[in-house]
Design a protein around this ligand. Sequence first.
Ligand SMILES: Nc1ncnc2c1ncn2[C@@H]1O[C@H](COP(=O)(O)OP(=O)(O)OP(=O)(O)O)[C@@H](O)[C@H]1O
Ligand SMILES: [Mg+2]
Length: 410
Amino acid sequence: MKKERIFKNREALSTTFIPSYFPHRDNEIKGFANILKPALYGARPSNILIYGQTGTGKTAVAKFICEQIIEKAGNENKQIHTAYINCKQTNTPYGVLTNIGKTYSSEWDTIVPNAGWRIDKVYEALKQKADDNGGIAIVILDEIDALVNKKGDDILYHLTGLNSDLSNSKISFIGISNDSKFTTWLDPRVKSRLGEESLTFAPYNAIQIEEILSQRAQIAFHDNVVDPMVLTYCASKAAQQHGDARKALDLLRISAELAERDDCEIVTVKYVNKAQNIMEIDQVRSIVSTLPIQYKATLAGVVLNQGKRKDGHQTTGEVYSTYMQICKHFSLDSLSQRRVGHIISELDMQGMINAKIVSLGRQGRTKFISMAIDQNQIDELFAEDAFLSDISIELTKSGNYISSTQLRLI
Ligand SMILES: Nc1ncnc2c1ncn2[C@@H]1O[C@H](COP(=O)(O)OP(=O)(O)OP(=O)(O)O)[C@@H](O)[C@H]1O
Ligand SMILES: [Mg+2]
């Protein structure tokens, strides 16, 4: 096998890697550990709600603390169980109860079927298992908002009430969310039970992200294979987008993979730019693929007009008239100009287009609309989407529009 020239430990940049040290999270870790400490003395720790924007280390720190507490409990012969549940993946009451049950008993699967029981029977089985085992369970409910939005908060009501039904064991919950508003949907009782304590993880700044990257780079890469500017550059890019450490780590990993693919000996800033482009197009691609058809038709209207208007500035009316042609051509029900105006605002918020209000002096104000993504990316995305590629082929054929590719050839 060829010797790895760049990576020493690839795993260190993967999403599942839990580092043993978290720069700039000392206070959060201390606060967290203090809340959970009573578990080591046999008392039930308070439930905790953790907030913070995406990529601020909530999941990684919570998993790290649970590992630590299990290790400590093992050394001191204390009975502590922990469970990690990602509520986006496991969002049914049945699934959540089953996951908790499994932490108490490896035979849970043989006792409780994966589906089919009434939920109160599963709940009873869980209570029984918890009391048979004794000890304290700490359950992480990550992305807890997914439980609330989808099924009301019944499951949280039952879970947080579980303690009062247990006689020989105790259970604590750590709820994690990047949506600080989700508690407004909660039943006040659930809200106060869950939020006995709360912690907030602030976004990182560029300097902090650079330290996180540098700690991780030491584990992941051989010496002197990464230009130090690369870390600074990745950190500043991620800091511009709400201080997201995940973004910075992904950027670093993709840059290194691209350099590796080129058989390069050293990862340079050039590769960060390439990686940034790849990540951007991936993000846009996932937005475009889930757009409803009316949104796609509106977006296509902007793209087609862009080819027509050299200054790239279109008004809502111009977008609307192209949109209407698309609807006619593809037998699509057409929306009112006002609704299309709303769609334009939403596409603006998603970063697909720019829509800025411009004053025309005495003639009042209008909105100038242009594409926010690069022409190459637009071409690629349109070619990949069945509906969008049909639109550009058909309407370009009809001679009304110049395709973006043609435009660039002129
Ligand atoms: N202080 C830190 N030190 C080292 N690594 C960190 C730190 N903060 C975050 N990370 C790393 O950044 C990545 C993202 O962190 P994590 O998944 O915990 O974010 P999150 O807050 O749970 O985000 P989301 O809300 O999107 O789930 C992980 O790989 C994590 O290990
Ligand atoms: Mg997370």
